[in-house]
Each structure stands twice: as C-alpha cells, then as structure tokens.
Design a protein around this ligand. Structure first.
Ligand code: FDA
Length: 316
C-alpha cells in the first residue's frame, strides 16, 4: 500500500544505509556545497565557523557530533572525547557563555545499545560531557531516539539532572506516552525540547496520522508552556510556530523563558525572522565525518530537499 512519497522515503532510508552509494555521494565535488547547507562541516574548526555565523545573526546553536555507529565501548569513548574537545574549542572561541552554543547528544552514540551494561556506559560518558559543558558555561540536551530507548534515556536524564539540573530532554509528540512525560517534566527550570519525532514507530506506541501527531504536539506544548519549565519548540511547521507564539502569550511568558529550534539549512529566513522579533531561536547543527546518513534521513523527510540536492549534483 505504498504511495509515491512513502516509496521515496523508503528508498532514501535504504540509501542512507548504503555504503557504496555513500562513497559516490562523498566523492562528488558538488557534495561539499550542497552538504554545507544542512551539515556544519566535518571538523571542530568547520563547525565553529558555522556556529560563529549563526551567533552573529542573533541565533543560538546546539551542535550534534555525528559519530560512527557505536559497536564497542572504545567507539563510545571516542565520541565522548570528541564532545569534550569540541566544548573546549567552543569555549576558547568565546561561544559557550550563557549557553549560547550548547551540544546535543545521542546516548546510543555513547554506548547505550552495548548490551546490559550499555546504559551505565552511556551514563558515565554523558557525565564526562556534562562536566565539560559545565566548565564551558553551557548546557547539554539528550536527543530522543526510538521508543525502545525512551525509559532508559529519561532515567539517564534524571541521574544527570541531580548534578546538572540544566540537562535538557527531548520528547516526541508522536508517542502516546508523551503527554504524561510532559506533565512529569514540566518542573521549575526543566529544559524540554518538544519535536514531532523522526523514527518509524509502530501503531502500538505512536500516532500514525500526521494530524494526530500535530494535535498531540499542541496538547503537549500547552502543558509545557503553562508549566514552570523552559520549553524548546523544535519544529519547522508554520502552524506550530504560530500556535507556540499564542500559547506563550497566553501563559504570559517573557521571550527569554522559551525558545524555538530548527535544523541547520531548513527555513533559514524564518529563523532570522523569529530572531528579529526578539524570540530566542536555536539552530541544531550536526557535524562530523559521518554526515551521509544524517543527510539522507533529511532527504527522506522532505522531497523538496531532495530536489535541491539533485539540482546541485546536476549543475556540475
Ligand atoms: P513536518 O515535517 O511535520 O512539516 C510540517 C510543515 O513544516 C511542512 O508542511 C512545511 O510547511 C514546514 N517544513 C518542514 N520541513 C521543511 C523544509 N525542509 N523546508 C521548508 N519547510 C519545511 N526527532 C527525534 O526523533 N529526536 C530528536 O532528538 C530530534 N531533535 C530535533 C531537534 C530539532 C532542533 C529539530 C528541528 C528537530 C528534531 N527532530 C528530532 C526531528 C523532528 O522530530 C521532525 O522529524 C522534524 O523536525 C520534522 O518535523 P517538523 O515539525 O519540522 O515538520
């Protein structure tokens, strides 16, 4: 029962896992240019340049290091060290004060999936990164992954928050459980990024219909905006942005008590418009050698991005 866009999505998700294709795309000289729209480069130096440009245009930043699939504890440590090095470099570049540039991380990259010890390994690695963030004067947000990890990730969040109350959570409105998670996490100072959710989830745990995911987003956002926490509205959806503005107004929130978040390269004019209204606008910037899978997943989400990408390839 695949419609054309579902078929396209499946093809692109297949491409995201195809190593041969990866090398073709990487080798194409144009890739650099096209990739640059959505990815903040491969090195610390690259991403610091991108972050500086964003900060200079009144935007805040969260940086995600795209590491290799973490299949053993050594790789998890490598990812941890990459974050620690990045935080130090960002701090030296003067970008981390007051959380202007923070980091986002995936516990899977820190070892969460490594068998029965995985969660403890990920927690220990995350602790080292949180300490480095604290030293740099900034914050850390734990990305949300597929639903089988939600409980574990929220338990790591609780542990980390005992020492660093500013650690941010991500909740996905496509999950049925998220309204309750929003209630639980809408506490004083609690940083919660609300997004729709990007993984393919079964009907047993998640809304399948886009309209239901959107309605859930609004219910969740209402809980967060009315509570005493710090909501982070992660969506490019114009209706969601508008509703967030209305809900913040109704809750009599000052502009510095919540923020909007969007991905690098997506609706950049809207990012600038929101920042110019005095809203806090944070851009999520992925970077690292492993940009290919990330890029293909973004293409799968939106064929218009794919057209942009292919146009770039064809004009060479
Ligand atoms: P959606 O894809 O539903 O599109 C709705 C409308 O938005 C479109 O009709 C269009 O008007 C506009 N739009 C969307 N994409 C556009 C584009 N490329 N160009 C122009 N207009 C566009 N997911 C997850 O599971 N775990 C996580 O930790 C995170 N983290 C995260 C951080 C940040 C900062 C963001 C912005 C997103 C995430 N996500 C995520 C991804 C998120 O769950 C979701 O998959 C994407 O943001 C897409 O959903 P949207 O709400 O943006 O709009």
């Amino acid at each position: 029962d695949l419609n054309p866009s579902a078929l396209m999505r499946q093809t692109l998700l297949g491409m995201s896992r195809n190593d041969q294709l990866r090398s073709v795309v990487e080798a194409a000289p144009v890739s650099r240019e096209v990739v640059r729209r959505f990815v903040g480069g491969v090195s610390d130096q690259d991403v610091i340049g991108v972050a500086t440009e964003l900060v200079d245009t009144r935007r805040l930043v969260t940086i995600d290091y795209l590491g290799e699939d973490t299949v053993d504890p050594v790789m998890a440590e490598r990812t941890r060290d990459a974050y620690v090095g990045l935080l130090q470099a960002l701090s030296e570049a003067g970008l981390t004060a007051d959380g202007t540039v923070e980091v986002s991380l995936k516990l899977s990259a820190l070892g969460q999936a490594l068998g029965s010890d995985g969660n403890a390994i990920a927690l220990e690695n995350a602790r080292v990164i949180c300490q480095a963030a604290a030293n740099a004067g900034t914050t850390v947000t734990l990305d949300a992954e597929d639903h089988t990890t939600t409980d574990l990730t929220l338990s790591v969040l609780r542990d980390l928050r005992q020492d660093w109350p500013w650690v941010g959570a991500v909740l996905q409105s496509y999950l049925y459980r998220t309204e309750q998670d929003c209630r639980d996490l809408a506490t004083e100072g609690s940083r919660v990024r609300l997004c729709k959710g990007t993984y393919k989830e079964p009907e047993s745990v998640a809304f399948q219909d886009k309209a239901d995911v959107d309605r859930s987003f609004v219910r969740c956002l209402k809980i967060l905006m009315e509570g005493p926490g710090y909501p982070m509205v992660a969506s490019h959806d114009p209706r969601i942005v508008e509703i967030a503005t209305v809900l913040a107004d109704k809750a009599q929130r000052e502009p510095d008590t919540f923020e909007f978040q969007m991905l690098l390269g997506i609706r950049p004019e809207e990012q600038l418009r929101l920042a110019a209204t005095g809203a806090r606008m944070r851009v999520y910037v992925p970077y690292g050698e492993q940009w290919y899978g990330y890029l293909m997943r973004r293409m799968a989400e939106r064929p218009a991005n794919l057209a942009f990408f292919l146009r770039g390839l064809a004009t060479r």
